[in-house]
Design a protein around this ligand. Structure first.
Ligand SMILES: [Zn+2]
Length: 263
């Protein structure tokens, strides 16, 4: 027995990949292959006939890590700044998510003399683009009962696109944090308030009731349903505006300083 899947284009679910593998779960024991919907229609004409399927696949066990760095008092309320370090197979992963990791590295440099009252936690999540989000699951397991320590999550994913503005999408921000965010946005003409989107590593913090800001590109949020860039070879360094990347870093570090100054 095997599953033959025919998929239409579905950017919200699979980025720009078409056709896309409907099953990615390697623990799922029924072999499966995938094809375009148009090819599926042709195959459907053979309904009732016997077809032969050759599919060669193997399971490759691997070990991976989240990378976590701290600055400040380990017992203090913490600002978790995160970006996923993995990319989908078959894409250079420039926007998704090399720019996010670049912002994380820039922030490590900018915050190296940080002395604020809140703990800074930088997290390079692994496996965000993998079907079972193993990095997120590991983080949840390691912080079970401890999410109250999270003052706020800032997650960078899909940032630095050359078209449109950078988007800072707030989730349940306390009023005083929102005030600081609005101030920063008024100073950076390339950054705007984005619509909330609940994919990506900030979701786990939102699910645990913690405030979050998802940092991305407005163009991707607006075209989530019909873009054909993410998870494809089109997500290459040529579509990045590097100034946006450094601007985002400056914006985030101003925000961190701002909330540290709240009495
Ligand atoms: Zn991503």
């Amino acid at each position: 027995m095997a599953l033959i899947c025919a998929t239409e284009r579905n950017s919200a679910l699979a980025g720009g990949v078409y056709p896309f593998p409907l099953f990615e779960d390697s623990d799922f024991n029924i072999p499966s292959v995938f094809m375009k919907d148009t090819e599926g229609e042709k195959l459907l004409q053979y309904h009732g006939k016997i077809v032969k399927l050759d599919s060669y696949a193997e399971r490759i066990a691997s070990t991976a890590f989240n990378i976590v760095a701290h600055k400040g008092d380990l017992k203090a309320s913490k600002i978790v700044i995160s970006a996923h370090i993995d990319a989908k197979l078959g894409t250079p992963g420039a926007i998704d998510n090399a720019t996010g990791v670049s912002v994380l590295l820039l922030l490590a440099e900018v915050l190296k003399d940080y002395k604020g009252k809140y703990l800074i936690e930088l997290v390079a999540f692994n496996g965000e683009d993998y079907y079972s989000v193993p990095g997120q699951m590991k983080y949840i397991e390691q912080h079970q009962g401890n999410f109250e320590q999270v003052l706020l999550n800032i997650n960078i994913d899909g940032a630095g696109f050359h078209m449109g503005n950078s988007a800072f999408s707030p989730f349940d921000l306390p009023e005083e944090f929102q005030f600081i965010l609005d101030q920063i946005i008024s100073e950076h003409k390339n950054i705007e308030i984005g619509e909330p989107w609940v994919q990506g590593d900030h979701s786990i913090f939102v699910q645990y009731g913690r405030p979050a800001i998802a940092v991305s590109s407005s163009w991707f949020i607006e075209n989530m349903e019909n873009q054909d860039i993410t998870h494809t070879p089109k997500d290459h360094p040529g579509i990045i505006n590097y100034e946006r990347v450094s601007d985002i870093c400056i914006g985030i570090s101003k925000f961190i300083n701002g909330i540290n100054e709240i009495k």
